[in-house]
Structures are given as structure tokens and as C-alpha cells.
Write a protein that binds this ligand. Sequence first.
Ligand code: NAP
Ligand code: MG
Length: 427
Amino acid sequence: MTDRISMQMPLVEMDGDEMTRVIWSWVKEILLIPYVDLQTEYFDLSLTERERTNDAITIEAAEATKRLGVAVKCATITPNQERLEEYNLSRLYPSPNATIRAILDGTVFRAPIQAVGIVPYLPHWVQPITIARHAYGDVYKAVELSCADQWAGARVELLATNSTGQTESLLVYDFGKTGAKQQSGDPKTSGQPSSQATGIIQAMHNTDASISSFARSCFTYALSTGQDLWFSTKDTISKIYDRHFREVFEEIYEQDFRDAFSAANISYSYTLVDDAVARVIRSNGGFIWACKNYDGDVMSDMIATAFGSLAMMSSVLVSPDGCFEYEAAHGTVQRHYYKYQAGEETSTNPVATIFAWSGALRKRGELDGLPELETFADNLEKATLEVIATGIMTGDLYDLSQLEGKQKVNTRAFLEAIAVKLDQAKG
Ligand code: NAP
Ligand code: MG
């Protein structure tokens, strides 16, 4: 294999869990290692390794991404109670993505991968809709308290102390106040006096540095892709928090981007989030929709599904200091994994995983001045889409495709068909 493409700098490779971990190794075996002399710093973020290292491995992987600038990540399990038992964990580890995003900061851009013969549920969406998700703070870094048991009836305040020791406190809710709302149907609390009212509390934050870098990366990405930018929040209700996001965007736009946007003939507009949802549905696509962290989480799943399949969505985290982490937008496809473990063949779609790798290799090529590596990434994506266009596809796409003579194949057969196309392109 002497004619494999060489790399100069390694990229960070974060392995993961379940079906996507299986697909990960197949993509490397069939589509990468035969063509590229892969240089990676490997981090195993599987749940077993996170347990073994008490999650230090996740932090090491994020730190390595800061150092090397480019990473590719496999989907990983975010443990819940069932997983705690299934994997015999000592604690409920946080989502690796949340840990990595908190370290790198930045914005996640998610765009559907469109293929011939796969028509979106809304056929007038003729161009992709890219979601730009703010990847720091809000509910993902919130502190929460259950005001039950010894905290039933608590008076909850938000306390700020500045550098001179001056304090300001805001009443969040007084569960002990006469007339505090009590859930009469709740067997745990019904019949108790209102001074023992129970409930829940959450406090969240964001920083100006993070909001500004979110805004800058959205404006920059819009310019680099020549698409209009929309931004939406709920500032009519959240008059300080969401309003501040809106103001930061407007200030940065006016100061640094207005002229460049007019020159590029693209626009920036702010819309209330509910209005944005309605407009997105009626649109033809072809724009970037910047969303706060939670909105982006939810809306990107909606957009991906509406464009066809969760497995046809690319995702990249762009940090303010220029690091790029590529991944598939879907999870570990647990249901397919259990079938695979039972010895059944699965037709799990590897396209988003392939595009995560091609994105990372292209970026590595771009940063290191390796046009051959960039061309390989382009060819890999092209070959993948061509295979689908010829009617060879995994089950999720088979159910959606309008192509006559379409053929459902298992994951390995699909990957092998792509390798055949790649070899034909090579001549
Ligand atoms: P999921 O893995 O995204 O899968 C949900 C369903 O979507 C699958 O059962 C499958 O539907 C379909 N699907 C998703 N990806 C597919 C693919 N590549 N090919 C074909 N069909 C695909 O979500 P989940 O099952 O809710 O979550 C499983 C685990 O993933 C969880 O432990 C969660 O914590 C984790 N997760 C990780 C990430 C991440 O690391 N980025 C993101 C989300 C979830 P059918 O079963 O109908 O075929
Ligand atoms: Mg989501």
C-alpha cells in the first residue's frame, strides 16, 4: 500500500459505543486505511473506558483537540439509570459531548446530507437548512435542586456577590409562602399544608465571551457559505437573558459584519423563535438558523428527520479559537446493536459517520496544505452519494427513496459498494 495518501499532523480520533462503534471500525477498514496512511491520536470514549478512567479520558480527548485542532468523534452513550445498571457504573457520567463542548466552547453546525432520490418530507425544502447550535451553557450547565423532603417549603433565592462583597438577591420562588401552589393530586404532597409545598428549581448561565463567539462564528459561517442567517430566541418572555443574546448578535453584526453581508448579498435577521419555526416550515431552505443551545438540540433532530433520516445529518463543532470536531448527529443506534449482538445482519446507515471522517480529513488537509487529502475527502463523499443515487442503500433510505430498482443492502455491503466507486474514480 505504498500509494496511500500521507498525513502530516494527526487528528484526534474519539471512539464510541454500540452500533456506531462497529460502523466506525468498518469505515476505517474499508474506506480509510486502504487509501490514507491515517495518523490519529486515539481516545476510547466508550462507556467502559469512561468508567475505568472516571471520565478523565473525555477531558483528555477534548484537551488533545485544542492542541491538534481537528477531531472526529463516534457517537457515545449518555448514561441514564438503565445504562447505570447495564454497564454496572459507579456514577451517571455526563454526556461526553457536553463535556467536550464545555471545554472547547463554540458552535455546532448541522446540515442535512442530501442525496438524489431521497426527497424531504416537505418537498419544497429544495436546499439544506443548516442549524447553528450554541454549544455552551444554558440548561446544559444548569444547577438544579429538588425542593422536596427537607427542602419542601423552601424559600429559594438567587444570590449574586460581586468582587467588593456587595450582594443582590432575587426571589425565585417561595415554596413556603401561604398560597404557594400545591399539586393536589400528588400522593406525596397532597393534604400537606402549603408551607410544605414541593417543586423544582433550576438556575442557568451563559457568558458574554461565549455568546459573542457564537455570534461571530455564525456570521463567519454564513459568509463562508454564502447563506442568509436567521437568529431566534424568546426575548419577549425572557427580557434579560434572551434579550441579551439578541443584543449581542445585533451589536456584532452592526460593528463587524453588516458591510460584508451586503457585499455578499446575504442577510441577517432576528425572529422570535415561534415565528421562526413557522417560517422554516414554509421556506425553501438554503439558510442558516442560529439557535440557542436547547432550541438547537431539539430543532436539529426535527430538521434531520424531516430531510429524510437522522443518519443523513452532518455535524461539526467550531470553537472560537479555530478547533473543529466532526461527528454524526445521531446516537449509538442501540436497537440495531442488540440485533447485531444477536448475530443478525443490520442495515444501519453509515453516511453521517463517513461524512464526519471526510470532514475531519478535509480540514486536516486544508490546515496542513495537503490538497491530495482534501481531494480524497471530496471523492469519498461523492462516491457515497453516487452509490445511493444508483439505488444501493441502507434500510432507512430504502423506505424513503423514490428510485426505481432500489436495493436494500446491509452496512458492510454498502461500504464495499462505496469502495468500488472510489477505486473506479482512482482509475
Ligand atoms: P439513535 O441512536 O440516534 O437512534 C434512534 C433511532 O433512529 C434508531 O433506533 C433508528 O431507528 C434511527 N437511526 C439513528 N441512526 C441511524 C442510522 N445510522 N441508521 C439507521 N437508523 C438510524 O438514538 P437513541 O437510540 O435514542 O440513543 C441511543 C444512544 O445514543 C443513547 O444512549 C444516547 O445517549 C446516545 N446518543 C448519543 C449521541 C452522540 O454521541 N452524539 C447523540 C444522541 C444519542 P430504527 O430503530 O427505527 O431503525
Ligand atoms: Mg438532540
